[in-house]
Every structure is written in structure tokens, then in C-alpha cells.
Design a protein around this ligand. Structure first.
Ligand code: PRP
Length: 186
């Protein structure tokens, strides 16, 4: 159902190829993930640490499905180097404004790709003495991994294709689609 997404194809020389994960499937999976978090954390909610920008839609849906009031703080992770792959030169901002010591932290990502982002973020958080840290990622693309990291909670394992929508972008386009698509050059 490309439908209302049609306008996005005009913005750049990439076009939506096919729906990879339909919004109804995404919502059902987010519900399941919220249940898992509720069971695992019980009466001791974690501090949600979503990574900007890609996770904004996922965390908004997830947080509203949680049965408890979890505190939330966005962080930004920037990679410098190639425009299409994380280089390993990763800078984290936002962590300096919160106290994570002795807290339970749940990092929320849209995708784990090469793994550099999560590896760097985990290292920096662990230096600050949290009680525990876990990672939830909506998508996991294991074929692209360059460093050994694994999210504790994964929504969907996806093939090695460029995917957009539901927060994920291509040069800042396509983020606001409710489904996840593969894209290709026009
Ligand atoms: C994307 C994505 C993850 C990261 C994963 O962020 O949102 O944070 O890349 O890649 P990696 O596993 O190879 O490190 P990006 O830097 O594109 O920023 P964005 O979320 O603002 O799109």
C-alpha cells in the first residue's frame, strides 16, 4: 500500500520499492515488546534512552504501551566518516545532562546495523555506573555487523537492504511513513 507515501517519491531520486513491514505488523510487535519489558522490569521501570532521530516513532508507540510511567531522555549519537555507513568515529551527546548512576537503563534504537552506534553508547553509559543496561532495537540487520553487539530485545531481523519509514530515513526523507519500506534508485 504505497498510497499516501507517493508524495515522498518526488522528493529525491530514491523511490519506495515495496512494503517490508506493514504498520499493523509493527504495532503488534511493539505491543509484544512492551509486554516483555513490563514482565522483565516489573515494578522497577527503566530509564528509557531513545537514540535520535530514528527511534522517535518507535519509542512514542512503545512508551504508550508500557503499563508503567517510565522516565525518558533522548540522546544523539553522531558518526563521522562515510555517509552510508557508521565509521566507528562516534560522538554521544545528551548523556551529560542526566544521571544514570545506579539506574536501570533501556536504550531504544530503530536499527542495529554495523553495531558501532550501540557499542559506543554502551561503553559510555557503562562508565557512568548504571545498575544495568539493556538495548531494544526495532530492527536488526546482522549481515552488516562490523562489531560484536547484540540487542537484548529485537523487533524484526531484516535483510541487507536499505530500509526507510517508521522513523528510518534516507537523507532525512521517508521518516514519517507508518510502514517500513525498502527503497531503490529511480
Ligand atoms: C542510524 C540508526 C542507528 C544507527 C545504526 O542512525 O538510527 O542509530 O544508524 O547504525 P550502526 O549500527 O551502523 O551504528 P543515523 O546515524 O543514521 O541517525 P538518524 O537516527 O538521525 O537517522
Amino acid at each position: 500500500m504505497i498510497g499516501n507515501a507517493q508524495k515522498y517519491t518526488l522528493a529525491m531520486n530514491m523511490k519506495l520499492e515495496a512494503v517490508l513491514i506493514d504498520s499493523s505488523v509493527i504495532q503488534k510487535r511493539v505491543e509484544e515488546l512492551a509486554c516483555r519489558v513490563a514482565m522483565d522490569y516489573g515494578n522497577d521501570p527503566p530509564l528509557l534512552l531513545p537514540v535520535l532521530t530514528g527511534s522517535f516513532m518507535f519509542v512514542a508507540d512503545l512508551a504508550r504501551k508500557l503499563p508503567f510511567d517510565a522516565p525518558l531522555h533522548f540522546v544523539k549519537v553522531s558518526s563521522y566518516g562515510s555517509s552510508t555507513t557508521s565509521s566507528g568515529n562516534v560522538v554521544v551527546s545528551g548523556l551529560e545532562r542526566i544521571d544514570v548512576s545506579n539506574k536501570r537503563i533501556l536504550i531504544i534504537e530503530d536499527i542495529v546495523d554495523t553495531g558501532h552506534t550501540i557499542k559506543a553508547l554502551l561503553e559510555q553509559i557503562k562508565q557512568k555506573g548504571p545498575r544495568d543496561v539493556k538495548v531494544m532495537s526495532l530492527l536488526d540487520k546482522p549481515e552488516r555487523r562490523q562489531v560484536e553487539v547484540q540487542a537484548d530485545y529485537v523487533g524484526f531481523v531484516v535483510p541487507n537492504k536499505f530500509v526507510v519509514g517508521y522513523g528510518l530515513d534516507c537523507d532525512e526523507h521517508f521518516r514519517c511513513l507508518k510502514d517500513i519500506y525498502t527503497i531503490s534508485e529511480e
